[in-house]
Design a protein around this ligand. Sequence first.
Ligand code: NDP
Length: 330
Amino acid sequence: MAENFTAFVIEDVDGKPKGGFTTLTLADLPDNDVLVEVACSTLNYKDGLAVSGKGRIARKLPMVAGIDLAGTVVESRSPAWKPGDKVVANGWGLSETQWGGYTRFQRLKAEWLTRLPDAFSFEEAMGIGTAGYTAALCVDALERWGAVQPGGKEVLVTGAAGGVGSVAVALLAKRGYPVVASTGRPETHDYLRSLGASGFIDRAALLDKGAPLQKERWAGGVDSVGGQTLVNALSQTVWGGAIAACGLAGSSDLPGSVLPHILRNVALLGVDSVMAPQDRRDAAWARLARDLDRNALKTMYEVQPFDALPELATRILAGKIRGRVVVDVT
Ligand code: NDP
């Protein structure tokens, strides 16, 4: 095992969080039960905020950033895991209150780990990452609500060319729901069509303030944008439909009306991946293993070296990343 290894650590510099590459040893890691040799991590919007210092994601410093990791158990004091087990960790406060995945080794609590389905390599698991796993939670939420039907009315995905959106498009289409992708990037239409989108709507069309009850169109939706986009999605949802909302890439505001909810029985289903219970996680990963086409997955992510992280963080905050980024920490 490597004595020294590189990690991306956020530290307090003159009262501000500042990230940089640092050398750690195993003795520096937290005293949790399971030591994991990390193969890859990934880059989510929240990681972009943490790495760039533009958002206060870490609630204690120093903090190893990275909200996802995939790797192999090396040592375990928990009976739940043994050396050689292949695992992923998504959320659970990694990079916020617990040291995260931008490192070659990490010690984690047993209950933060999910068994990696055999279907996926580490690279593919991180190609999915928190964004993809959250997309699966959103589709689960819509189906549990009974909002969507194969071959039924259209399902909207906002922020469609982003990480959550791309995977949501693919998962929904695979289930036979007609998917309309909302994106501000027309150049991604071919890509989204290859994932299963059957229609498009320019994201600008969902940004204007509209009437609280608009023409009913969507059986359901997955929204990673928030703000007026989410309000318009709710206003255009059919009676009894639902929007699963997980993101705020556009805005954290909700400047809307109760009318879609009280006159059309429309549900706003909040989705949080960070503290999702283990059974929901297992169900989401099982869905991904079952429904996410491997060839489509390959087109959704790029693999980047560890030292590109600061530049990648800037790009994701500028909305310039298409799909997902796997960070190779080896
Ligand atoms: P990405 O940056 O990959 O994708 C976000 C997409 O949103 C962009 O690609 C773009 O899509 C669209 N977008 C960006 N800015 C705007 C804007 N100003 N107005 C309208 N649309 C915009 O991020 P992720 O997919 O990784 O994450 C999406 C959101 O989901 C983030 O807010 C993230 O924090 C949240 N999230 C929440 C989780 C949870 O547990 N609740 C877990 C994971 C993510 P396009 O180019 O197609 O228009």
